[in-house]
Design a binder for this molecule. Structure first.
Ligand code: DSN
Length: 403
């Protein structure tokens, strides 16, 4: 590379990544193949539209790239029919699900779903940010909470888990057009069947945002939302271990949700697809469709549990009482007896452990300086760490925070 400044910065980031223990729950380390696809000539090509229906010429190769990504996405999540045929959108496989692989990231993916399916000003219902929901699940500071009227549900104060009866009560009373399930900081298994019943009782669409646990679904260690959801969105760079990108799956039936979503993505919201990212997603999807990835996903969950159990043994309060996924939240504030999440994250960073400060349910502190930390096991599991390593990381965290 001739640009010495950027070259140096890339090298510095590589060194930083190598030196630290990375417990960011939404990060991971991609393969060389994913990086190669990202850094390929595919970045040079414009191709607004969809395969076979573009506004640009010279798209025969990128059409294949996009179709391959769609095909692999449907296959990975068990949505492809056994017998290949011409599919619902001209793909080489048929399926009761359609997938759009063009969203540039998770936030525009969620935004596109609402824009396609919920008239502006109507109600959407998602989980409160401080309890584990995402900004784009209708938080007031997000455009999703400004363009739509958002109803936010919380977890139960005692268990810190979803109270399905309460969510149902709110949904029936408020009658949102769409309910969001799937979170950024919820460490337990979501009962998607119950969410389907809630959505049906409220006559609402069910969107599952599986961004955080998509890799766990692919690896068979987290229940699939597809039997119950109408729409599933996901980013591709967390547990799924791909590049920064996103996908929207929609059920194919008489409602033709996919047609409305496709129209919002382009021409409604985005321009030309990032074909280098789509190719890198295709690579990651193939990598995730292997026995090795299944072992990885199981190890991710087992490692998170080892981390949570050891921290709990050392006296730290784990939100929700533990974890069943790749992430956990630690209450560092402990009703004023401990330290804020920001202070804890600063101390850990100074000692080479990278985490993010995070709110805990019913937090009395602000999101910029909340009461806890969120820890995740996916990146360090990619680096080969096992349960004993994570127990050791827990002891390091304990020693740093108590010092
Ligand atoms: N902010 C991301 C996360 O860390 O979970 C989601 O967008």
């Amino acid at each position: 590379m001739f640009d010495i400044q950027i070259k140096k910065l890339i090298a510095a980031e590589r060194t930083r990544q190598k030196k630290v223990i990375n417990l960011i729950a939404s990060e991971n380390y991609v393969s060389k193949d994913v990086l190669e696809a990202l850094g390929s000539v595919l970045t040079d090509k414009y191709g607004e539209g969809y395969p076979g229906r573009r506004y640009y010429r010279g798209t025969s190769v990128v059409d294949e790239v996009e179709l391959l990504a769609q095909e692999r996405a449907l296959h990975l999540f068990g949505l492809a029919d056994k017998s290949p045929s011409i599919g619902v959108r001209g793909n080489s496989i048929s399926s009761n699900w359609s997938v759009n692989v063009q969203p540039l990231s998770g936030s525009p993916a969620n935004f596109a779903v609402y824009a396609a399916l919920v008239p502006q000003g109507e109600k959407i219902m998602g989980m409160e940010l401080t309890h584990g929901g995402h900004l784009t699940h209708g938080q007031k500071v997000s455009m999703t909470g400004k363009f739509w009227s958002s109803i936010l549900y919380t977890v139960n104060k005692t268990t810190e888990l979803i109270d399905y009866d309460e969510v149902k009560r709110i949904a029936i009373a408020e009658k949102p057009k769409l309910i969001v399930s799937g979170y950024t900081a919820y460490a337990h298994i979501v009962d998607f069947k119950k969410f389907r019943e809630i959505a049906d009782a409220a006559d609402a669409l069910l969107l599952v945002d599986m961004s955080h646990f998509a890799g766990l679904v692919a690896g068979g260690v987290y229940p699939s939302p597809f039997p119950y959801a109408d729409i599933v969105t996901t980013t591709t760079h967390k547990t799924l271990r791909g590049p920064r990108s996103a996908m929207i799956f929609s059920k194919v039936d008489a409602r033709e949700l996919w047609k409305k979503i496709d129209k919002v993505i382009i021409p409604g919201l985005q321009g030309g697809p990032h074909f280098n990212a789509i190719a890198a997603v295709a690579v990651a999807l193939r990598e995730a469709d292997t026995p090795a990835f299944k072992r990885y996903a199981a190890q991710v969950v087992s490692n998170a549990r080892a981390l949570a159990d050891e921290l709990a043994r050392l006296g730290w309060r784990i939100v929700e009482g533990g974890t069943k996924t790749h992430l956990l939240r630690v209450d560092t504030w402990m009703n004023g007896k401990g330290m804020s999440g920001r202070e804890a994250a600063d101390k850990l960073e100074a000692a080479g452990i990278i985490v993010n400060e995070n709110t805990i349910p019913f937090d009395t502190r602000k999101p910029m300086d909340p009461s806890g930390l969120r820890l995740g096991s996916a990146p360090e599991t990619t680096r080969g760490k096992k349960e004993k390593d994570f127990r050791e990381i827990a002891r390091k965290i304990d020693a740093i925070l108590r010092n």
